[in-house]
Design a protein. Sequence first.
Length: 175
Amino acid sequence: MHACCIDWSDDKAVGLNNTFEYIALSAIEIDFNAVNYGNTTICIEKWIAGDTVFGTADEPTVRNVGNTDVRILVNQTDMGFGHTVGEPTEYQGDKPPKPAESNWNVIFDARLGSTVENGMYYDPFVTVTLPNKLRLCNTEELDFSIHVKKPDGGNHHAGTMTISCVRAEWDACGY
C-alpha cells in the first residue's frame, strides 16, 4: 500500500519517491603558512606547539571544513640536512627511530592534539598519516618537532611542509 496525500479539494496525489546521493568531501583549513623551528640544539628534540584558536598564525591550528571525518597527512623535506651513506631510509613510527632505522641527519614528529601517544616520527620525504581523527566540524592543534642529529655546517635551513587529509572511516552510531 502506498501512502498518498489529499489536498484541500479532496484530490488524492500519488506518493513520490525521493533519493539523494551523499558525496563525501574531505577538506581541512589551516591557520599558518610556516613552522618556524627557530634555533635548535644538536641531538635535542625541539617542539612547536599549536593551539585550538583558529587565526593565531604562530601556533598551528587545523579545522575540518568538509563533511566527513578526516586523518591528517604530513610530509616535509630534509631542509638541507641530508642523510648519511646509503639509500635514504623511509622511517615512520610512534617512537623515535633507532640509529639503524633512519640514516637522515634530521627527524620530524607531528601530532594532532596534545596527546603524546598520537605523535608520529618520520623521515624527510615520507608522508605520514597521524593516527587520530579530526572529526567533522572540529578544530584542533597541530604540534611539530624537529630533531637535528648531525649538522651540515650551515646556519640557515629551510624546507617545505605539505599538510593534507584523507577521509577517515565513520564510527558506528550508538543507537
